[in-house]
Design a protein around this ligand. Structure first.
Ligand SMILES: Cc1cc2nc3c(=O)[nH]c(=O)nc-3n(C[C@H](O)[C@H](O)[C@H](O)COP(=O)(O)OP(=O)(O)OC[C@H]3O[C@@H](n4cnc5c(N)ncnc54)[C@H](O)[C@@H]3O)c2cc1C
Length: 346
């Protein structure tokens, strides 16, 4: 165990909860719905995720199903969201590991990847996807480490065939396989593109952050060429600027075809305000319909997790901190701001 892992293991629960605070809407579905409503008032969309540990029993899986079904029900019946323009409406994000019992080792790797039960996991997610599509709530199937990529993409292809672009999935630019995965995606589907949070072995993935971030640019271009709705997810401001100038503005990409995304709690307010109001594009040369659409403002969506069970959420946050050096150091650097925030702004 290195220094980072030892520190994370020894951090007491209240410390993990304190430092996770700004990134989590609260400890109830209502808290996430309130936060989503607050964001909608600022013209910011949200995707809501239930924070928790992997499923360890059939009971855990049933509980996640209940929570997601009730979340979709709430989002589709809440009068406040019904009045929003289509693309501003909240979506839902889930992880396949919440719906499969797949024991892992200390480093987060599934112990018996050959025995992963995609059949039952897929059937469970299908049930949630069917409800989401019938209620016109968009559902994203998040991506986990490389052991989950094949299964998640196969499941996604099936869900897209049945429910269309109500369902989307995620690709990670750090994986060497991603350019091939892009080619295999059905045209017209919906994809969130990010660098990926998991610390992958060099056999499968790039290890340099500048490289994996740069790789997002040609991948974004290719996804748009394939008429795929693109969710460009990063907090890296120079990278967002590159995406908007090299791909969107130079490529005359209409605002209807993409959105940017960040995690709740990561301070990007100024940029987000400029994006959603359209002022970001004030100096972009005008004279065409695309520029006009950008100047009306683009969609920015925040990832809004909530915890139903803080013990499980803390276990999850602890695991993420252990397996993502970048997340750990970002949290460490931000600790004074987070402490200030929790002391004076709650
Ligand atoms: C909406 C959304 C959904 C995602 N879904 C997935 C998924 O399904 N699967 C997956 O593997 N990964 C997912 N990710 C995580 C993503 O892959 C990256 O790990 C994460 O976004 C950090 O990478 P970055 O591109 O922002 O670059 P970074 O270099 O990590 O961040 C750039 C800068 O942003 C700031 N920053 C970043 N994170 C934080 C933070 N937590 N607190 C404070 N400041 C911060 C720092 O100043 C940092 O220097 C998602 C990310 C987002 C935004």
């Amino acid at each position: 165990m290195d220094l980072r892992e030892t520190t994370v293991t020894m951090l007491p629960k209240p410390a993990i909860r304190l430092f996770s605070g700004p990134y989590v809407a609260g400890d109830s579905m209502q808290a996430a719905i309130d936060k989503t409503g607050e964001l909608a008032g600022q013209r910011i969309a949200a995707t809501i995720d239930v924070l928790g540990e992997d499923a360890a029993s059939l009971e855990d899986i049933s509980q996640y199903v209940r929570i997601y079904e009730s979340l979709i029900d709430r989002l589709s019946t809440d009068a406040g969201f019904a009045g929003l323009p289509d693309r501003l409406r909240p979506s839902v994000s889930l992880k396949p590991s919440s719906f499969m019992i797949a024991p892992k080792d200390g480093s987060g790797l599934v112990l018996e990847p050959g025995k992963m039960d995609w059949k039952n996991c897929g059937a469970t997610i299908d049930r949630i996807a069917q409800l989401a599509a019938s209620r016109k709530v968009r559902l994203m199937v998040d991506m986990e480490n490389h052991q989950w990529t094949d299964g998640t993409l196969a499941l996604y292809a099936e869900l897209f065939r049945k429910y269309g672009a109500w369902i989307g999935t995620v690709l990670q630019s750090r994986l060497f396989r991603t350019p091939d995965d892009i080619e295999k995606l059905p045209d017209g589907c919906r994809v969130r593109l990010c660098i990926g949070i998991y610390d992958e072995p060099e056999k499968f993935a790039m290890r340099s952050y500048p490289e994996m971030k740069s790789a997002m640019i040609p991948m974004a271009r290719r996804l748009l060429e394939k008429n795929i709705y693109l969710e460009f997810a990063t907090h890296d401001i120079p990278l967002i600027n590159r995406f908007l100038s090299e791909i969107v503005v130079q490529g005359h990409i209409d605002a209807e075809r993409f959105e940017t995304q960040t995690l709740l709690g990561v301070p990007r307010q100024r940029l987000i305000e400029q994006l959603v109001s359209g002022t970001y594009f004030t100096n972009v040369p005008g004279g065409n319909g695309t520029t006009a659409s950008l100047r009306r403002g683009i969609i920015h969506r925040m990832y809004v997790p909530f915890a139903e069970d803080w013990d499980k959420a803390i276990a999850y946050c602890r695991r993420r901190l252990k397996h993502s050096p970048n997340l750990f150091w970002t949290g460490f650097v931000n600790a004074p701001r987070v402490l200030y925030h929790s002391l004076f702004h709650k």
